[in-house]
Design a protein around this ligand. Structure first.
Ligand SMILES: [Zn+2]
Ligand SMILES: [Zn+2]
Length: 389
């Protein structure tokens, strides 16, 4: 693969930066130290810096030549609330927090690209380097958008990248269409009338209703959703009664779970069908039901045009090591909120073999520094191709 000499020269610096970030993990919206480092390095590179969107968010802007096209590149900065259990010289210094998803690597790659592009200036147009807080379920991307990200920094396209163990470090996957699922939560409460366990006829039993509801729940995926469209509905929590009071039928049962889909249509279907089953079951048993569907993260769906542009750059940087078919993930990424505003493309950067089987969100996971050169090359090639001088 082709890595520009001044990127190669910067790898020692970037590796040290990555390991420093790894040692000092910060959770979502708490990336005070990380965002300070990001802002300082961007400023030192001569890049205009905006701070405060989404709290700890940082946007660096580099304008070169008279090109009118504007693109955004996204990196996430947050770590996870979990202990790092593997031994390494740059192990997390913060108890109960670690970079187990490689966002330390993502931040480093985008800094590397910013430093290179500010020097080489081999493009014509505007790049916004978007460093977002709180990707891990805390809503950082959504908050940057609500805080006016795209009003302040309008973009013609936006690109995201995630490291992927299992792909070699000289490989990258760029695929049109669905990449990550929507991730929503649902809540059902069945409200009956509690009574003596020996006298069910004197009350209205919500537990029997729950049993019917849970048995019917999988008919949504099996009988309602198009068999060619993936979907997941899982009940993950049931709260009712008390194991120390086995002669009491409780008043209420609370059920909660997750729903995932790769299209807006199926997502709507899941929301409506879970409700229909809950309400129908309640009616069948003569009790009441409350329902709430909480839309957390939309699916990440790569735009055809943005994907074609990313693909051109990927081929330039990675030659024939570009995968154009790669299975989508049932996880979510709130990059979806950026891609909902402007055409977007999300790519998977190889991170080498999963060392000791450690994958994302594992207590032994570590971003592979061998991916720094290829990752920086992808970002810089994308800018130089997208905003051709
Ligand atoms: Zn993660
Ligand atoms: Zn991640």
């Amino acid at each position: 693969m082709n890595i520009a000499p001044d990127i190669t020269d910067d790898i020692a610096f970037l590796t040290a930066l990555r390991r420093d970030l790894h040692q000092h993990p910060e959770l979502g919206f708490e990336e005070v130290r990380t965002s300070e480092i990001v802002a300082t390095l961007l400023t030192e590179a001569g890049i205009a810096v905006d701070r405060g969107l989404g709290g700890t968010g940082v946007v660096g802007t580099l304008r070169v030549g008279d090109g009118t096209r504007v693109i955004g590149l996204r990196a996430d900065m947050d770590a996870l609330a979990m202990p790092e259990l593997a031994e390494r010289p740059y192990k997390s210094l913060v108890e109960g927090k670690m970079h187990a998803c490689g966002h330390d690597g993502h931040t480093t790659l985008l800094i590397g690209a910013a430093r290179h592009l500010a020097k080489s200036r081999n493009f014509s147009g505007t790049v916004h380097f978007i460093f977002q807080p709180a990707e891990e379920g805390r809503g950082g991307a959504k908050r940057m958008v609500t805080d006016g990200l795209f009003e302040k920094f309008p973009c013609d396209a936006v690109y995201g990248l995630h490291n992927m163990p299992g792909l070699a470090i000289d490989e990258i996957a760029v695929v049109e269409g669905a990449q990550l699922a929507s991730s929503d939560s649902w809540y059902v409460t069945f409200r009956g009338t509690g009574t003596h366990g020996a006298k069910p006829h004197l009350g209205r039993d919500p537990i029997t209703a729950m049993g019917t509801f849970l048995a019917a729940l999988q008919t949504i995926v099996g009988r309602v959703v198009d068999p060619l469209q993936p979907a997941v509905v899982s009940a993950c929590s049931v709260q009712a009664g008390n194991p120390k009071a086995l002669n009491v039928i409780p008043d209420t049962v609370e059920i909660g779970g997750t729903a995932r889909a790769y299209s807006a249509k199926v997502r709507d279907q899941l929301e409506a069908e879970i409700e229909r089953l809950a309400m129908g079951t309640a009616q069948m048993f003569g009790i009441a039901a409350d329902y709430r569907f909480e839309r957390r993260i939309p699916p990440v769906i790569n735009d055809a045009n943005a994907t074609a542009r990313a693909l051109t750059a990927a081929h330039k940087a990675f030659g024939d090591k570009v995968l154009t078919a790669f299975p989508p993930s049932t996880a979510g990424d709130d990059f979806a909120f950026f891609a909902a505003e402007v055409p977007g493309c999300y790519v998977w950067l190889g991170n080498g073999p999963a060392v000791d089987g450690a994958l994302h969100h594992n207590t032994a996971y570590d971003f592979n520094d061998g991916a720094i050169g290829p990752g920086v090359s992808f970002w810089t090639t994308l800018v130089e191709t997208e905003l051709k001088a």
